[in-house]
Structure formats: C-alpha cells, structure tokens
Design a protein around this ligand. Structure first.
Ligand code: BES
Ligand code: MN
Ligand code: ZN
Length: 478
C-alpha cells in the first residue's frame, strides 16, 4: 500500500481523482462556496446526514466532484474512537467494489494520534492474508491519500504511521503463518532478511551455541521437538556504540501444544500465535529500517516448538537456567517463561538502558484484560510512564499490573530454586514474578500480549500488536 499526505482544502478535495473519497466531518465544519463544501452543507441542512457521530452518507458519482464515490461521515469531535469507527464502517462499505485508490479528507486537521490511527485503521480494515492460499484475492486498496487543511505540521507523524504499518504487517504475516510455515529456522531466516536494510545486523545461534551458553531452560522446552531451536540476535545500530541499547526480547514459540502437560484439542491451532512476541520484534525492526532513527536497539528471540514426545521435558524435571538458578518444571505448558528467562540473562551482556520482553505468556492475562490492553509490568516508574504515554500516542494500549513480592510465594518449591508455575490465582502476575528473578541487573518491563496479539472467532488472525506501542516507546528515547 502506498500512502501520501497532502494539504487539501475543500476545493482541492473536490478535484481529487480517486475511487472513494471519505470525508471525515467534525462539529467544527464551516462551509465555503466550493462544490464539495456546498454539497456537505446541503446534506446537513436537509437532514440526510444526521449530526450524530457515526452517521454516514454514501453518494455515487457526485456531480461536480472528481471522486467516483463520496462518503461523508460524522466524527463528532474527531477523536480516536469516532475516527476508528468511521473508517471501519466506510472501508467495509466499499470493500465489495474493490476500490484501488481511496482518499481520506479531514475537514479539520486531526491530532497526531488520530492521524496515526486513521492510517493503521485503513491498513487493518483492508488487510487480507493470502500466503498459503492458492486463490490470492489480494487487498484491493493500493493507494491511500490523506488530505487536511495543513498537512505539513503532521509530516513526521505521518511518516511514523506509515513505518508502523510496515512493521505491523510484517508481524501479522509471521504470526498468521501456519506453524509448519513458520518454524524456528524460518523465523530466523525472516530475521536475517531484515539485515539487508542499513544499520541492521543479525546473528542466529543454533542448539550447539545455545548449549554452550548454558541455556538449560530454553533447551528443555525445545528438546521434545524434531525442529531445531534458534536463538535470534538482531541489532539496529543507529547511534554510536557508546550508546546503551534498549533490548527487546520476544517469545518465539512457533507452536505451543503444552508439551507433556498437553492442551485440550479444541482451538489448539491458535497456539501458532505463540510467537507473536517474536513477530512484534521483527515488526519493530522493519519499522526502524524504514525510519532510521538515532538509537540502538537489540532484538532477542528464543524460538522453538513445545511438543510432547519421548524426549520431552517432564513435569517434575529440574533444569539449570543460564543464570545458574535451578527451575522445577511443574507444568510443561508454562514454557514461555522458560525460554524467556535464558534470553533475559543473555540480555545482560548488552549493558542495556532497558530490557522489555514481549510474550503471549498467560491465558490469565486474556481473562484479566481481554483484547483491549496488554498487561504491563515494571517496577520502574519512568519506564511505566513512558509506556503509558506510548500507548496513547500509538493507540496500542497497555495497563500497569502489580509485582508485589507476596505474589512470588506461589513459586516456592522444595526441589529447586523456583518452580515454573504458581497456582491459578493471579496467573498473569506469578508468570511476571518468575521472569523478574532473571532481570536484577537492569531496568526491565514485561508485556503480556496473550489477549492483544491476535483475535479469535470470525476475525481470527494476528493484530500486529504491540509493534505500534514499542515503536513509540523507542522513538521517544531517541
Ligand atoms: N502460550 C500460552 C498462553 C496463552 C494462552 C496465550 C491462551 C494465548 C491464549 C502459555 O504458554 C501457556 O500455556 N500458559 C499457561 C500457564 C499455566 C500452565 C500456568 C496458561 O496460561 O494456561
Ligand atoms: Mn504453554
Ligand atoms: Zn506458550
């Protein structure tokens, strides 16, 4: 998809050739004598377009205007919620006619987050997965023009929005791919492909290298599968070496059957999304490649399958993590924290300014926060504030969860330093408490994206979250 930003007044918008012109009307609309503006004023006056936010009017070949189809929609005060609804409604309305070029015309300059949201919403609403289908019904919308009275003040936000979409779509593609098309080795190839962009380098460690590092927890998860594990190290070097990097750690379980603690059969296919954290790291690097900001970022992806078999790790097994801590694996389905803990220890070597892990970690997070906000954990107030802010600007929201020491009680065991599961209570928090044990050497945050990274039901598929959130956090540190 191609996006272009232009300064448009009602006169220019009326002359803009396109398949669909979507006019985002706000309460502040003031008519002028141009054809488009006159038309809007008359539909308002006649009552054919109600004042109520969400009201929409669809006009075919409007006289005197260059667009083939004009949609006028009321967005109230032009806030994020209304604009999201308006664009979703308009795109689903025109989808059947396969428009190639659509234009969004804001009668009033939107706020930066609203513009960004408008871009991601068009992309989201028009996205189609095609890779493993033989009849490739690709996305029809190829070109999106965004016009407003004064576009220059929003040029950098526009650029960032377009970069975010590149990242979001890469993350979606990899998370959506079936598990036999997105093995750890193939994921590593996708990471290596990113190294063709300036300032990105990629290194991939195999089982032998991982064994040498002493990543006993990661290896324990991988040992039940015939697919070899991969430990992916991506670097984006946009700043001098002396600048401490932010390290992103993405859970890369390409299929989570639960292992010996096997999951029920129903919906097990959805556990192909268990590498969404890894996919979001790839997505962030794709966006960095596009924007080339002045900062250093490291991406770490421990990737393997979690399968039952004769060599699988068993409930009761005790393994030694790279940190030296021993872990009793009471439930092999709590595998994410096992692969992450070794990656978190590996992260120490980068002297990170901050380490953020991203994981579809717990079903408990889905119950707690659903698909609206990702669970956010950190004891660092500045980092928490930065993420809340990045959530608002990207409209990729998260919410702070507690890390009280009392929650760690549940992980005590007689047979190792720590158990990999607590009970059912506060499962989203006890998982975070487990990870926290491996993060003493740096400032750390954990994002549980089990509820936000993908959707079930009819809309089943990856969302590309939290690429937008991570990108805004990183760019604010530039
Ligand atoms: N990948 C799952 C978490 C998950 C569940 C993500 C549902 C998305 C939707 C994770 O590896 C897992 O199985 N967690 C267990 C932990 C439990 C055994 C303590 C869970 O949440 O049930
Ligand atoms: Mn699991
Ligand atoms: Zn998992």
């Amino acid at each position: 998809m191609n996006f272009e930003l232009s300064t448009l007044k009602a006169s220019g918008a009326g002359r803009k050739k396109c398949d669909v012109m979507l006019v985002l009307l706000t309460e502040a609309f003031t008519p002028d004598p141009t054809p488009l503006s006159t038309l809007i004023a008359s539909v308002l006056k006649s009552g054919d377009l109600a004042e109520k936010p969400g009201s929409l009017l669809d006009i075919y070949r409007p006289a005197g205007l260059a667009c083939a189809r004009l949609i006028i929609v009321q967005t109230g005060d032009g806030g994020v919620a209304e604009v999201r609804k308006a664009i979703n409604a308009a795109v689903s309305l025109v989808k059947a006619s396969n428009p190639k070029h659509i234009a969004l015309y804001f009668v009033q300059n939107p706020d930066a987050p609203v513009l960004r949201l408008a871009l991601t919403t068009v992309a989201e609403a028009s996205y189609v997965y095609v890779t493993t289908k033989t009849k490739k019904e690709e996305r029809s919308i190829k070109r999106v023009t965004v016009g407003m009275p004064n576009s220059s003040v929003l040029a950098s936000d526009f650029e960032r929005g377009v970069a975010a979409i590149l990242g979001i779509e890469l993350a979606k593609e990899w998370a959506n791919l079936p598990p036999n098309h997105a093995t750890p080795s193939l994921l590593a190839k996708a990471a290596q492909a990113l190294a063709k962009f300036p300032r990105i380098v990629c290194e991939v460690l195999d089982s032998k290298a991982v064994a040498k590092l002493g990543m006993g927890a990661f290896m324990a998860v991988a040992q039940g599968s015939h697919e070899p594990l991969r430990f992916i190290v991506l670097r984006y070097n946009g700043s001098p070496k002396s600048t401490d990097p932010v390290v992103l750690v993405g859970k890369g379980i390409t299929f989570d059957s639960g292992g010996i603690s096997i999951k029920p059969a129903a919906d097990m296919d959805e556990m192909k999304f268990d590498m969404s954290g890894a996919a979001s790291v790839l997505g962030v690097f794709r966006a960095l490649a596009d924007l080339q900001p002045k900062l250093n970022v490291v991406g770490l992806i421990p990737s393997c399958e979690n399968l039952p078999g004769g060599r699988s790790v068993k409930p009761g097994d005790v393994v030694t993590s790279m940190s030296g801590q021993t872990i009793e694996i009471l439930n092999t389905d709590a595998e994410g924290r096992l692969v992450l803990c070794d990656a978190l220890t590996y992260a120490e070597r980068f002297k990170p300014r901050a380490v953020v892990d991203i994981a579809t970690l717990t079903g408990a997070c889905v119950i707690a926060l659903g698909g609206v906000r990702s669970g956010f954990f950190s004891t660092d107030d500045a980092l928490t504030a930065a993420f809340l802010k990045a959530g608002e600007s990207s409209q990729d929201l998260c919410w702070p969860m507690p890390l009280d020491e009392e929650y760690a009680e549940a992980l005590k065991t007689n047979f190792a330093d720590v158990a990999n599961v607590g009970g059912r209570p506060a499962g989203v928090i006890t998982a975070a408490k487990f990870l926290q044990r491996f993060t003493e050497k740096y400032v750390w945050a954990h994002l549980d994206i089990a509820g936000t990274a993908w959707k079930t039901g009819l809309a089943k598929g990856a969302t590309g979250r939290p690429v937008g959130l991570l990108l805004d956090y990183l760019l604010a540190t530039e």
